[in-house]
Design a protein around this ligand. Sequence first.
Ligand code: DQA
Length: 144
Amino acid sequence: MKILVLSGPNLNFLGKRETSIYGTKTLDQIGQELTVLGKELGAEVVNDQSNHEGALIDIIQDATKSGINGIVINPGAYGHTSIALRDALLDSTLPFVEIHLSNIHKRESFRHKTYLSDIASGVILGFGPESYMLGLRALVKILS
Ligand code: DQA
């Protein structure tokens, strides 16, 4: 089982970006923990990140060709704006879990809606870096 964990814009700055909201763990640390957890769960984890909408879409389009079985995605702000990201995920037909570190419903109203939530297998939010781990566990369950 091969799972893509994809992070969107500004998440490369985790650890130093708005730490009161997102915590002090870096994306690299989270990626390492995901790889270890993946091994425990019998899944190969591929971690990727981009700040660019088109690049994220390219990665999703290539996922099936690369043998990816499902995606855990933190779309960052593009979740609130990008119909193109939604279309790419729909077109991939891969199951995906949308995750957010913060509870977006406790924040500004423009963060309350995402273009992915209604087509995701499930949504996990508000648990900090643990949201990624819970997302991985959930996706492995779905795929097993
Ligand atoms: C986020 C929430 C988004 O609203 C924000 O733009 C992010 C991070 C989260 O993980 O909580 O970049 O996706």
